[in-house]
Design a protein around this ligand. Structure first.
Ligand SMILES: Nc1ncnc2c1ncn2[C@@H]1O[C@H](COP(=O)(O)OP(=O)(O)OP(=O)(O)O)[C@@H](O)[C@H]1O
Length: 235
């Protein structure tokens, strides 16, 4: 990936297995978000290809990604703050049906309402169902975003720094949620705190200056001298 004359990513090649929980880590400016944006289709690479289940998805528009079963949630919360937690997830669930009949009114989707309740339960937000999203704690808003991403029933869930700005307690809850979500689908997350993902991921990719510095199991990464020197002095 090039931005003008600046090469943000180079020689990046990997694949992700089904139901794998993989973290992309690396220090600030390593290229993690750029890689994430390419994987999620927000950014078209200057060269190279992205394949999903053998299909070339490199040049596809964003909505095609959702249809293929790829969902993402961002560093910055993306919820409708005036709507309740339940309404936010319900709207997301309805999006799945909309393309089949977008003239139907929202009241015609009882299944979306039930689905939203089930998803709120899943992410631990059921007690706050009717609260405006803007009044939820930061960690709860992030959980709400995950519920909204799950409403698309993704086979691949991409999470960009899912614990950004969270308290230690909120972080623990989110990590447990991510672990449980990865039992049913592939989860790729971007994180700059290495320690956080060591305990839950099967594989880590370490980016540094836009290239893969290392790729392997948490044990392999922990034992890697180059990784250690890059992270020296960091948490
Ligand atoms: N749209 C852009 N135009 C120009 N340069 C960019 C653009 N996006 C990213 N970069 C540059 O590419 C490099 C990698 O940035 P990226 O945001 O992918 O890193 P990161 O690992 O996600 O960092 P952080 O942990 O700080 O979020 C940086 O040097 C950044 O300045």
């Amino acid at each position: 990936m090039r931005f003008g004359r600046f090469q943000a990513l180079a020689n990046v090649s990997t694949s992700f297995r089904e139901r794998e929980l993989c973290a992309i880590i690396g220090p600030n400016g390593a290229g993690k978000s750029t890689f994430f944006n390419i994987l999620s289709g927000s950014l078209a690479p200057s060269s190279g290809r992205v394949l999903f289940r053998g299909e070339d998805v490199t040049a596809l528009p964003q909505h095609a990604y959702a249809r293929l079963g790829i969902a993402k949630s961002f560093q910055i919360t993306n919820v409708f703050k005036q709507l309740s937690a339940h309404e936010n997830v319900r709207v997301a669930a309805q999006m799945r049906h909309v393309r089949f009949n977008f003239l139907k009114s929202r009241e015609d989707w009882p299944q979306a309402r039930e689905e939203a309740d089930a998803l709120l339960e899943r992410v631990g937000l059921a007690p706050w169902r009717n609260k405006p999203a803007g009044d939820l704690a930061h960690g709860q808003q992030r959980a709400l975003e995950v519920a909204m991403a799950l409403a698309a029933r993704p086979q691949l869930l991409l999470l960009d720094e899912p614990t950004a700005g969270m308290s230690p307690e909120e972080t623990t809850v989110m990590m447990a949620l991510i672990t449980s979500l990865a039992r049913e689908r592939t989860v790729i997350l971007v994180e700059h705190k290495m320690k956080l993902v060591m305990g839950i991921c099967q594989r880590l990719i370490v980016l540094h200056h836009g290239e893969f510095l290392a790729e392997g199991t948490p044990e392999e990464i922990r034992a890697n001298d180059q990784v250690r020197s890059v992270y020296l002095g960091q948490g």
